[in-house]
Write a protein that binds this ligand. Sequence first.
Ligand SMILES: [Zn+2]
Length: 1031
Amino acid sequence: MAAIKHRRTALERVEKFLSDTYFTDCNLRGRLFGDRCPPASLSYFQTRRRIPYEEAAVQEFRPTQVGESFGPTWETCWFKVELSIPPAWAGQEVHFVWESDGEGMVWRDAQPVQGLTKEGEKTSYILTRSLKESEPHSLTLYVELACNGLFGAGKGSMIAPPDPDRRVTLSKAELVVFNRDVYELLVDLEILLDMAQLLGEENQRSFQALYTANQMVNVCDVTDLSTLPAARDLAAAIFSQRNGESQHTIHAVGHCHIDSAWLWPYEETVRKCARSWVTVLHLMEHNPELTFACSQAQQFEWVRSRYPGLYARIQDFVAKGQFIPVGGTWVEMDGNLPSGESMVRQFLQGQRFFQEQFGRICSEFWLPDTFGYSAQLPQLMRGCGIQRFLTQKLSWNLVNSFPHHTFFWEGIDGSQVLTHFPPGDSYGMHGRVEEMLKTVKNNKDKGRVNHSAFLFGFGDGGGGPTQKMLDRMKRMSDTDGLPRVQISTPDQLFSVLEKESSQLCTWVGELFLELHNGTYTTQAQIKKGNRECERILHDVEVLSSLAVAQDRAFQYPASQLQRLWRLLLLNQFHDVLPGSCIQLVVEDALQYYTEIRRAGAQLQEEAVQSLCRDLLQPEVRSTPSTLVLNTLSWERTEVISRPGPDGTETLALVTVPSMGYALVQEPFVPPQPVAVRKQEDGSITMENGVIAVCLDTMGHLTSLQLLDSGRESVPDGCYANQFALFDDVPLYWDAWDVMDYHLETRKPVTTLLKPLEITLAGGLRGSVRFSLQVGKSSTLSQEIILDAACPFLRFLTQVEWKEAHKFLKVEFPVQVRSTNATYEIQFGHLQRPTHWNTSWDWARFEVWAHKWLDLSEHGFGVALLNDCKYGASAHRNVLSLSLLRAPTSPDSTADIGHHQFTYAVMPHQGSFQEAGVIQQAYNLNFPLHTVPASCGQCSPWSAFSVSSPAVVLETVKQAEDRPEALVVRLYEAHGSTVTAWLQTSLPVKEAMLCDLLERPLAQGQVPLEQRGLRLSFTPFLVLSVLLLWSH
Ligand SMILES: [Zn+2]
């Protein structure tokens, strides 16, 4: 008989045949499961801790039943399930079905075997594909059930703070007979239905799929399963109609995005990894073609140490090429805020882990989910053995649609990497027709390349691929009207893209995400912890390296440093450093910073004691003095404070050579003392021979002059150091987003609590203090400090912050006209516009920077420095530093409490490069270290110096696993081509260039000359040099 003529009735007829809601008494879906049987017994116990299986299995289990609920949030229930399979089920496929809220893990014979989550469409554990008499019919399983969902336990919405009282209900626990033929036919029909609906009425394949599906329903008698094969044959006939040669090819790769912490704490992530990955292995055993790309060395390390049996199986599948480590980094870190050296360490720790564990490093950087990507990343990737990059987050841009999915990305130094965004704009695909069609339709580089990535599997909170996803894609492998789909690997995809790359376009500069700009500021204590701990580890490495040079008996603390670096790198995860995590995660992160500070201080003390032993040993007739150490690569003359004879702090002016030390020399007469004067109107002036400032009673900077030129920085009638409070209510992503409209709610802070008063009258240091009320109940007090010989004015700020949904900034209107401002990024800087001409310009109303930003016109400029802030903006002639936010989701307590931070303003002649803004920002962030010494005399000592101010020697560390060598890392910071000499007083016999993984470069030998090592730089080039000890 002819097919029916009415499209809609045909479509809906097939829909109802598949429905799990309607007509299940007589449709195909209702036949998916056959006989059922409850467990022989079900018992449980509950614990607040996340305990290993061995500890759980010996607890006392109490009887329970389906329908019970368990909790509250973050607790764990262990269930003991005794099963007895009816012998009558011989020859049948038998599943253990478990449906509950929460995240479950099935344990069998003391090993994890299957993750269970309703949200991740994993509710059954396959006991047998065909029950044999010889198989055990009675068995005991354990189910470890975490009382939190895949996405934590948000109360009312996903990103709301967790509901502490959530309970999970066990709704099903039973043995069932699974009718695989019914399942296969369901998958066939779902795909045909999708093709019929999604290809649309203008497409003849749509009708072919529809009429085939309709005919299949006709031939299928659900009461007689022997009619199913005939229906399946009809489907196979249409699926096997092939594409033409030009069809697009989709490279499907299994994936499971697991945030290392987010709406759940780090400790739960350990279990998420195990649950997700054991499920992947189970799938691989039955689907030898399945590939799975897995990033984040930290997560492998967690599973290695907590689940050794599972890890051994993972290693087997890695060896087979199915389980594929990708990314090369320790975690999928934030792409904006970590320092250049931190980013290097993400790769160094990651790649070394992958090399050690799996015998190879990763060839692609994998960062699908962070909130923007630094323009220095291409060079860092290439330095770490990586020339390929996969991400997709720019699909979240709120304003502008990024113009490419496959392109070359060029960084600030000119390095390029082949970059691919899966065009389906997701890393959690389900293998559906709709996603395949979107992948082709949405691809912005059609005609340039004909291949693209498709990452399938539940993600963010783990979960991963399912059998159904694979079964869908098998049917779509090459079906006319749909793109070709092949299970593939990142390497296969990038290899073919490299071959096709001749027509690709290039994107130069940062990949700025036009969303989530609040993450540069949210959770200020985490930001501060990051900046401080980056400094601490830098200093410990420098001082320990110098100590090794001075004393061969000194043990470089390599393993302690690795441990501390890994804590710091973990906290750089893309929901922790950005501050978009729950309170439990914040507490963990702050505790890790505390540990780095504590252990770092001790390591630094040990290094200094060894480095300067002779100067610190008490001697007879010794003169107490102060030793000052400088961990930066230029000479510094600064005012320091040191303990005086009566326990008070006294000031001294000291000159310390680059990466070295000196004793404080008395008397310290500043070239020009700081003068502080109170005016009749209550305002106060301070000057130090370099700059002269005037502050009104509210702490506003009404004048900031560069004395040499007499040039004024503050425009007439304007106030710099003006605090402003903004309403900060985003559309949804609270901790993440600050919206453009917040700028329209600006309210200057005008309530004075204590007017400006002088706290230090001048000499080596002058300072003044005042305090303000901010908002309804917050207070801010500030000490403004001017040191002798110092080119910047420092603002030491304390805030008691008690706001909700407010944003505090400080503004510096300056008398400078420029269409671009400059911002420091990792190992360099870049410019962004100060105007809002185009949508691309105004979408950057809030941007990120590291230690400084600068607005300059020819010959003059003003820089704003900071010691722990990242959010900033420069609109027209106003520089703003973003200080504090107060989102309430996902952490309702975010940023409430005490804060201390410092920023500084530095007017300068010439360019910021000539004026030394870069060095001054380092100086602000890396204070000189002072140590009481017992020796009156010692010549200043320098370990390293660099001849060019354009070149920064950033890092000095022991080479990994090579106690006989140091690694030093330098970069060109001005954006210039320059040759520099690196001088060292250390006993070095040989020098060679190496990459960022510390692998020597071919022809990398650098001769040791009288003047040191001659190094050539192009703009923003990062160079690493291995130095071999001569002793
Ligand atoms: Zn993520």
